[in-house]
Design a binder for this molecule. Structure first.
Ligand SMILES: NC(=O)c1ccc[n+]([C@@H]2O[C@H](COP(=O)([O-])OP(=O)(O)OC[C@H]3O[C@@H](n4cnc5c(N)ncnc54)[C@H](OP(=O)(O)O)[C@@H]3O)[C@@H](O)[C@H]2O)c1
Length: 249
């Protein structure tokens, strides 16, 4: 039997990058995967690929800024697969820029997706996890949740917030309710994330860290997530920080 054969996992932001790779890998380990994102065609194609590999997946359209969307994901997952065991709150954007450039709409969008989207996802699964006295919450923070970079202040703020939230969740929920919490903190991973940057100066600066062959691949992070969620029940993998070998800061 595969290690996650009896588990159901929801992955937000499964249409590309880390979320997509994680959904695939969780399915390969036997989990039933609910693959969600705004680009339904992408998650639909992913679900087809999982099915072709002999796995189980349900694609759902979900914008994490909409509480109703996330609630629908949880309700539909329960109906379709009979429950939920793992939430990978992965959806995120990174439209970085210097504060002096006043990209205010992008600041607000970053908070809405990267922090409030995680809160909405949590609010939707938590009643279920509390009722069943089990569950695993995986959040995507970043090296940027440990260190502030000029040009990334708002992004860093959201990733610090996610890390603080996850630590609070662990303290409140792990000992008393058997709900495990893992914070994943990647360095530079080659994905579509840089496409959310509109500020050309910020894009040029950050691209130095995202070199093909040197930066991490989405699969490297998926492997870390699979490691965390396949440990025996008494093991709570709280934090995994992964940089590419060449990345100094
Ligand atoms: N790449 C890195 O170097 C790196 C490093 C540290 C942490 N991270 C974190 O890892 C996570 C995944 O990023 P990635 O690198 O895999 O980037 P990516 O390839 O751009 O993937 C981001 C995912 O988030 C989804 N998303 C964006 N806005 C959304 C919304 N409003 N509602 C639902 N889904 C939304 C996107 O799907 P749709 O557009 O289809 O909705 C996409 O599937 C993010 O939280 C990111 O901050 C990445």
């Amino acid at each position: 039997m595969k290690p996650l054969s009896r588990k159901t996992a929801i992955v937000t932001g499964a249409s590309s990058g880390i979320g997509r790779a994680t959904a695939l890998e969780l399915a390969r380990k036997g989990a039933s995967v609910v693959a969600t994102a705004r680009r339904f065609d992408r998650v639909e194609a992913l679900a087809r690929q999982i099915a072709e590999e002999g796995g189980r997946a349900l694609p759902l359209r979900c914008d994490v800024r909409e509480a109703r969307d996330v609630e629908n994901v949880v309700e539909t997952s329960c109906k379709h697969f009979g429950g939920i065991d793992i939430l990978v709150a992965n959806a995120g954007i990174m439209p970085i820029s210097l504060m002096r450039h006043l990209h205010v709409a992008e600041w607000m969008a970053t908070v809405d997706v990267n922090f409030k989207g995680v809160l909405a996802s949590l609010a939707a699964v938590l009643p279920k996890f509390l009722e069943q006295k089990s569950g695993h919450i995986v959040t995507l923070s970043s090296v940027a949740g440990r260190k502030v970079y000029p040009g990334s202040a708002v992004y860093c703020a959201t990733k610090y917030a996610v890390r603080a939230l996850a630590e609070g969740l662990r303290m409140e929920l792990s000992p008393s309710d058997n709900i495990r919490v893992t914070i994943i903190e990647p360095g530079a991973v080659i994905t579509e994330l840089l496409e959310t940057i509109t500020d050309q100066a910020a894009l040029q600066e950050i691209q130095k860290n995202f070199q093909e062959g040197r930066a991490l691949q989405a699969e490297d992070i998926a492997a870390a997530i699979v490691y965390a969620v396949t440990q025996p029940p008494h093991v709570n993998v709280n934090e995994i920080l992964i940089r590419p070998t060449f990345q100094e800061l």
